[in-house]
Design a protein around this ligand. Sequence first.
Ligand code: ATP
Length: 270
Amino acid sequence: SRAKLFDEKTDLKTTFKDVAGLEGAKEEIQEIVEFLRNPEKYTTLGGKIPKGALLVGPPGTGKTLLAKAVAGEAKVPFFSLSGSDFVEMFVGVGASRVRDLFKQAKDKAPAIIFIDEIDAVGRARGKNNFSGSNDERENTLNQLLTEMDGFGTNTHVIVLAATNRADVLDKALMRAGRFDRQIYVDLPDVRERKEIFEVHLQPLKKVEGLDIEFLAKQTPGFSGADIANVCNEAALIAARHNKTAVDKQDFLDAVDRIVGGLEKKNKIVT
Ligand code: ATP
């Protein structure tokens, strides 16, 4: 059976209100929402709608979430795949999968294509690559460039790609008419962490008067994904202790647990 290449999310429920903080990034990407909602308004004066934008930032900061929210706000289909899938799952057929993907998106245009971990295919060509399948990766990358060059500005497909390593990307990807816009998605500051907590505390049964500002202050360096994790973990810890509401101590225990996990991860890396 054929591996599933991408999901066309038909439930476009994610919108900007699900993305806490990231005001600058949301403002920049709002332009793409406008293009997708009303492409003719922009092309009628002879302007060219951008074909792609690169979302750059550390893991777990909401790049995928933001891309989904663009589709949700514009109410257009969302096609997504991960760069690492190409390299690991589709050996020998990467280029044809890219062709398939663009064809499907064009048929449903206006649409968003989202490529997570684009660095897995988009590393600078001709450099050493330890996975060994260098030609395969290059063919896939070349096909991606060909597709982006090939569709006209009236195709109304916008490709968003995410990476935490913009520095390793092939410069050809960033050329005009490709991913010529970069949008930075940074780790949240204390104020943004509070907003992210507010989003992820919403579904929890918690004690009254929980000090969210305190939680934000206890979590420097945490990404949005880490905070989502803390909230979920806190609920599980509270349940394990047969509590009827999640309290401050459960959150502190959850923070400790996540910090422990992060330290372990860092140890493996270094
Ligand atoms: P990666 O680089 O690891 O793919 P990413 O930047 O794409 O990560 P997401 O997958 O969007 O990060 O984030 C993972 C989850 O973390 C989200 O589904 C959401 O639950 C939570 N999250 C991350 N950032 C935010 C945010 N700014 N607001 C609310 N939730 C967030």
